[in-house]
Design a protein around this ligand. Structure first.
Ligand code: SF4
Length: 304
């Protein structure tokens, strides 16, 4: 990572070019006409995305631990460790196993030797983390990935402890944060055409990170050196206190959230197991969950 985090912009563009060309080649797509233009846009997006990642690693102390890390799924051939899933039992006795794939896991060893993990989910859209939505049972996977690492750890690194043990600090991996990392920059306001380097810098700066973080100053500093507010939306006031929009939780609050989430999911799973599955889609931030659901034709709402 020391090499990639210090890569100059020209090399990130070359790397982006190689990655996008390889991707298109696997799809059997030729870069001509309109596709050639789309290829150029994609290459620029990938290049900005790479630079944003490298810039973040270069200034922080978290290091990448795994990419595309399976949670509760069969192990991949490349030896990537598999995380034990969060499991629970509904009131009716139904066993529930929550599995998936984490885009990226980062790790940090603190000054006292404690290890922390941060999970990162790449988003092409503009999703932001909302604790309110999580409490409604929506978009819970990001936190579940973090809790799976916290609760289960990695194979060969201890057994799954009870929540009480977690709060007493016997777990090896503690949660540092769960972050949605926007892979495309948002709108860049400008009165006119910007010089390419300035436009590029603004695009990198416009990559949004949204999530939930551990309220621990050493860990926050390890993610955002000097608490600049750029990588974690929090800064330090003159009196030393923290300020900003970051959703910060201490370890006990993370523990309470874990129990709350288990209860919410247990309730949803119990209803499903009992055959109670009324089509009552939620609307969050003005968008009905049906928008991306393929079951409209069979749920009697037609997705409306
Ligand atoms: S389309 Fe039907 S099944 Fe899908 S979210 Fe909407 S109501 Fe639920």
């Amino acid at each position: 990572m020391a090499v990639i985090s210090s890569m100059p912009p020209e090399e990130t563009e070359t790397l982006a070019d190689t990655l996008v060309r390889g991707y298109l080649s696997r799809l059997g797509v030729e870069e001509t006409g309109r596709l050639g233009y789309l290829f150029l846009r994609l290459r620029r997006s990938v290049s900005v995305f790479l630079e944003a990642i490298m810039e973040e690693y270069a200034q922080g102390r978290f290091v990448p631990m795994a990419f595309e890390m399976p949670v509760g799924l069969p192990a991949a051939d490349d030896g990537t460790p598999v995380v034990r899933p969060v499991t629970l039992t509904t009131e009716g006795g139904v066993q529930v196993t929550l599995s998936g794939i984490i885009d990226r896991v980062d790790r940090y060893t603190a000054s006292d030797g404690q290890e922390y993990v941060r999970v990162v989910d790449y988003k092409t859209g503009s999703r932001t983390f909302s604790l309110k939505e999580v409490r409604q049972g929506l978009h819970v996977q990001l936190l579940l990935y973090l809790f799976a690492l916290w609760q289960g750890g990695l194979p060969g690194k201890g057994s799954t402890p009870a929540a009480a043990d977690v709060l007493s600090g016997t777990t090896q991996l503690l949660p540092a944060g769960a972050v949605y990392f926007q892979v495309r920059p948002g709108e860049i306001p400008s009165d006119g055409m910007l010089p390419p380097e300035e436009a590029r810098k603004k695009a990198v700066d416009a990559i949004n990170r949204s999530g939930i973080w551990l309220k621990d100053e050493e860990v926050l500093e390890a993610m955002d050196a000097g608490l600049s507010g750029k990588y974690v939306p929090v800064t330090r006031k003159k009196d030393g206190s923290l300020t900003g929009k970051a959703n910060l939780q201490d370890l006990a609050q993370f523990g309470a959230l874990y129990e709350e989430l288990r209860s919410i999911i247990s309730g949803i799973a119990g209803e499903m197991a009992d055959g109670r599955s009324a089509a009552q889609p939620k609307t969050s931030r003005g968008v009905k969950e049906c928008t991306y659901c393929p079951f409209g034709p069979v749920c009697r709402t037609g997705g409306k």
